[in-house]
Write a protein that binds this ligand. Structure first.
Ligand SMILES: CC(C)(COP(=O)(O)OP(=O)(O)OC[C@H]1O[C@@H](n2cnc3c(N)ncnc32)[C@H](O)[C@@H]1OP(=O)(O)O)[C@@H](O)C(=O)NCCC(=O)NCCS
Length: 202
């Protein structure tokens, strides 16, 4: 896929940039099927809830976060966890639980079910866990996600690592197939189908 946007700048995001990344990820994923099932309500409500939770995730967990900027604006983000780091450590889990509980008990219990279902499928073999990944809605299909993925899989190949991710979007399965991820499992989250994908060590 060729890049159809000019003047893109790839940056590494540190903790001081987590607010920007969380806002983009909240907005970018607000219409993902599991997010609709978990947060319910309107698009802005879901974007706000997810941004709040994601800010805590990005601040407390040791994720590597790469972003794409255009004219100083963040338009794409891909975060990943190094082998052994895909489940947050206990202090980070507590912070995430505290943030999730500010969203109300019904959302909290749906978030816990989502997390339990996906965590149960985490491979036991060492892997680099990709996600969350999002490109701003009005710029999708223009090669920005591919740019982030190409860089990600180049890093996997450089260290000979297995890649892994989850997705709740059928069209994203085809997108990740292009980067040699293959579906290895499926599970419903709150009645929504989701897919687990693995990329062999290159
Ligand atoms: C999945 C996503 C990161 C891909 O980024 P992108 O910049 O749109 O991807 P690219 O332009 O490099 O590649 C486009 C391909 O991605 C796939 N794709 C997946 N979702 C898409 C979407 N909403 N719009 C356009 N293409 C999408 C298509 O296969 C498309 O191929 P095509 O152009 O031949 O039809 C982006 O669409 C997105 O943010 N989606 C919502 C959040 C999400 O679901 N993230 C992944 C969950 S793990």
């Amino acid at each position: 896929m060729s890049i159809k946007e000019p003047n893109l700048n790839v940056i590494t995001l540190d903790r001081t940039a987590t607010h920007r990344a969380a806002v983009l990820l909240g907005r970018g994923m607000a219409d993902n099927p599991v997010h609709v099932a978990v947060y319910r309500g309107g698009d802005e409500h879901r974007a706000r809830c997810h941004a709040r939770l994601t800010r805590t995730l990005l601040t407390t967990s040791a994720l590597d976060i790469e972003g794409v900027e255009q004219a100083g604006e963040l338009i794409g983000v891909a975060a990943s966890a190094a082998p052994g780091r895909c489940q947050p450590y206990p202090p980070a889990r507590l912070r995430l639980l505290a943030t999730a509980s500010t969203l109300g008990v019904p959302i909290l219990s749906r978030l816990l079910e989502w997390n339990r279902t996906w965590a149960r499928h985490d491979p036991t073999e060492p892997h680099v866990h990709l996600g969350p990944v999002s490109v701003d809605r009005h710029l999708r299909g223009r090669g920005i996600g591919s740019l982030l993925l190409l860089r990600h899989v180049a890093r996997l190949d450089a260290i000979g690592a297995v890649g892994y991710l989850e997705t709740d979007r059928p069209e994203a399965v085809g997108f990740y197939n292009r980067f040699d991820y293959a579906v290895i499992g499926e599970a419903d989250v709150l009645g929504v189908p989701t897919w687990f994908m693995r990329r062999p060590a290159g």
